[in-house]
Design a protein around this ligand. Structure first.
Ligand code: CP
Length: 325
């Protein structure tokens, strides 16, 4: 277990060692157990977290806010469009000022080509830890919860196959941050990762190369595929979600037109039956029901989406307790 994590930012998990990530997950499991037993753990009494959102959220906002309250502190919800950020507050000013009011700053900014740079700029000016609640490149707190869930449901991830696949959705061009962070983390933990998508839905080449390097080091593997059915065959973890064609068509309308070529990329019972008998179905939510995944799958026996969503709470509490204490 690693100590001495106080004051650390969590913007990308690539800045954290595997041993440090293991520490987060160990603490998360301890806090989960204590909550189940009704044991209070006010580790951040009188501490305040600023939660700055440039983009909508259900789970991330609710779990960070509940988590701070359960740790004895408070979280303040700040929206970019209802503050003076819309009138010119700079990233540097946000880092300086919110860092003087708070004990941590959490930010969601998924604007393509902007979000990660913005969060890093705030962090450079901040005297307190900065936590990434999702940017254009990474969603570290989501994939921490995902890894925690895989360990709980499947056991040791080493040698297990995870299918990280694109699926069709009509609602909007979803960020690529979840699949990017997921292939990076799963390959670090020795999983056999299948990255499955139509040709227009590539992830950033440097991220895919980094995941391949992770796999070489851990003894896992990374396989690129474009056949949705083949991606399911024998897999232990099926993680199929939509993302935008951001690298080929950043424009929303162009991206939607490309996606329409692949409306049959829906996770249904036939496809889940191709996976391992005890395979789990994962999705970070929100999902486009009966477009991206059928009700029968997301509400069915293989689905672990609610336990996965719950683990956001425990994983984030661990990160906050370790970095903001
Ligand atoms: N999975 C996730 O980040 O959900 P929200 O967008 O609702 O926060």
């Amino acid at each position: 277990m690693q100590t001495g994590l106080r004051g650390r930012d969590l913007i990308s998990l690539s800045e954290w060692t595997t041993e440090e990530i293991d520490t987060i997950l160990e603490v998360a499991s301890q806090l989960k157990r204590e909550r189940a037993l009704g044991i209070a753990h006010p580790l951040l009494r009188d501490r305040v977290l600023a939660m700055l959102f440039f983009y909508s959220s259900t789970r991330t906002r609710a779990s960070f806010e509940a988590g701070m309250a359960q740790l004895g502190g408070h979280a303040q919800f700040i929206e970019s469009r209802t503050t003076q950020i819309a009138h010119g507050d700079t990233a540097r000013e946000i880092g300086e000022i919110l860092g003087r009011y708070n004990d941590g700053i959490a930010i969601r900014n998924v604007d393509w080509g902007i979000g990660n740079a913005y969060i890093n700029e705030v962090a450079e000016a901040s005297r307190v830890p900065v936590l990434n609640m999702q940017c254009d490149l990474y969603h570290p707190h989501q994939v921490l919860a995902d890894l925690m869930t895989i360990r709980e449901k499947v056991g040791d991830p080493r040698g297990k196959t995870i299918t990280v696949s694109w699926a069709y959705a009509a609602s909007y061009q979803k960020p690529i941050s979840v699949p990017q962070d997921l292939i990076l983390l799963a390959t670090r933990y020795g999983m056999n990762v299948r990255l499955v998508h139509p040709p227009e839905f590539t992830l950033m080449p440097e991220i895919v190369e980094a995941a391949a390097e992770n796999a070489r080091r851990s003894g896992g593997s990374l396989e690129l595929m474009d056949d949705f059915d083949a991606g399911f065959r024998g897999s232990h973890v099926v993680y199929a979600k939509s993302w935008g064609a951001l690298l080929t068509a950043p424009d929303e309308t162009d991206g939607a037109a490309i996606a329409k070529r692949y409306t049959d990329w829906i996770t249904d019972e036939r496809r889940v039956a191709l996976a391992a008998e005890d395979a789990i179905y994962m999705h970070p939510l929100p999902a486009d029901r009966n477009v991206e995944v059928t009700d029968a799958v997301i509400d069915g026996p293989h689905s672990v989406v609610y336990d996965q969503a719950e683990n956001r709470l425990h994983a984030q509490k661990a990160v906050m307790a370790l970095t903001m204490g």
